[in-house]
Design a binder for this molecule. Structure first.
Ligand code: HXC
Length: 372
């Protein structure tokens, strides 16, 4: 019997090494951690219960259950095989059944080319569960390496996407394949780096400098979120006095409506312990969104930012705020809105005056003013 257990342990030890020592070293040389090292940092120490000897399982973040999978780039570039898909979907089913958040750590090249349609079918199953879980449990994707194909499409369907600067990318396919197919030379950063996705496309919600910082920030985010749409947002001990007065709030907002000020300064002064988790800080900066706590309970903030474009609502700002409000609505998170758009009706009125002529502008301008 002993030799059977010894054999099993040998196999487990070799499975724990993923693609082998050499590939682990290559991963470290790129400034990236391995799948298991990442999980170790994300979860409470010693809480990870691994399923099926691949890097999927559950553990806790500050005592609350989360389900987690980490793609292992050292094994076929983390690409998704039929079996790999079965393991992910099993975890998705368990997270949904247990009504607990699911976090995916992505470092993977999409469908495993060698498996063809079987791998593509696997993605169909993963995507289906992304849809079923939407609005029921929080789904968080962390992009921690070069990700292509299905390893971008599935995250795109989840609630939040975070990236690591300079080591993570999201694209349909990598620069080498682009070069072969279209003869176009493009860098990974231009094709889908954090600089593109956090500012222009707004696919990613935030980027951090390295794996460690990113994972620690994910622990912070989880603390703000309810486990499911049937749960209340978590309540943490608050050390801020409920009746704390902040005199500076009287002066932050200037009397002169043409004078800009930083709405984030105001939010930081209002939330418990100045702890504000901003979402999409680099995109549509004329609106600010994010989570904070009041009396220990999570609140979503939506605020015009007078410092950028006078805080006007344009298409990007509206989409950014609307998506966030939808998330808060799904998960019973109350919303505090700070409205300050003195420029908006004036600019709208000027535009109407320019297009309609002097006769009608008074009437339209009043209409605009009333609506705002
Ligand atoms: C099999 C893959 C793979 C894949 C990477 N590898 N992607 N193996 N299937 N999809 C392997 C490589 O062959 C290599 O193995 C190892 O992983 C590391 O990859 P490198 O290319 O050396 O690394 P890097 O230069 O960092 O580039 C990573 C990459 C690139 C950007 C992900 O490998 C790439 O562009 N791969 C192709 C991605 C792609 O087209 N995926 C789309 C799949 S279709 P060796 O042994 O040589 O070290 C899809 C559609 C889903 O996902 C839709 C479902 C409905």
């Amino acid at each position: 019997m002993k030799h059977i257990f010894d054999g099993l342990e040998r196999r487990r030890a070799s499975a724990r090494l993923g693609g082998g020592q050499k590939r682990i070293e290559a991963q470290h040389a790129r400034g990236k951690l391995t799948a298991r090292e990442r999980i170790e940092l994300l979860l409470d120490h010693g809480s990870f219960e691994e399923f099926d000897m691949v890097v999927t399982g559950w553990g806790t973040v500050n005592g609350r259950a989360v389900f987690v999978f980490a793609k292992d780039f050292t094994v076929f570039g983390g690409s998704l095989s039929e079996t790999h898909a079965q393991k992910i979907t099993k975890l998705q089913d368990m997270a949904l059944k247990n009504r607990a958040p699911i976090i995916g750590l992505f470092d993977a090249g999409g469908a495993r080319i060698q498996e063809g349609v079987a791998a593509l079918g696997g993605y169909g199953e993963v995507f289906q569960r992304n849809v079923m879980a939407s609005g029921v449990i929080p789904q968080i994707s962390v992009i921690m390496g070069p990700c292509a194909g299905g390893d971008v499409y599935s995250p795109a369907m989840t609630d939040f996407i975070f990236m690591v600067r300079d080591t993570s990318y999201m694209f349909v396919t990598g620069p080498d394949v682009v070069k072969t197919v279209t003869n176009e030379t493009v860098t990974a950063e231009e094709l889908g780096g954090a600089s593109v996705h956090t500012t222009k496309s707004s696919i990613a919600d935030r980027a951090y400098d390295n794996d460690v910082e990113t994972l620690l920030q994910m622990r912070r985010l989880i603390d703000f979120l309810p486990s499911s749409n049937q749960d209340e947002p978590p309540e943490w001990p608050a050390f801020d006095e409920v009746d704390r007065l902040d005199e500076s709030l009287d002066t932050i907002v200037p009397d002169n409506p043409n004078k800009p000020y930083d709405i984030k300064e105001l939010i930081h002064k209002i939330v418990d312990e100045a702890d504000f988790f901003e979402i999409q800080d680099a995109h549509a900066r004329n609106i600010v969104i994010g989570f904070g706590r009041i009396e220990g309970r999570t609140v979503g903030f939506v605020a015009n930012q007078p410092l950028v474009l006078a805080g006007v609502l344009d298409i990007d700002a509206s989409k950014k705020a609307a998506r966030f409000v939808r998330f808060c609505d799904c998960f019973n998170i109350p919303i505090v809105t700070f409205v300050d758009v003195p420029q908006a009706w004036r600019e709208a009125a000027v535009r109407i005056r320019r297009s309609d002529g002097a006769e009608s502008d008074g009437h339209h301008a009043k209409g605009v003013r009333r609506r705002l």
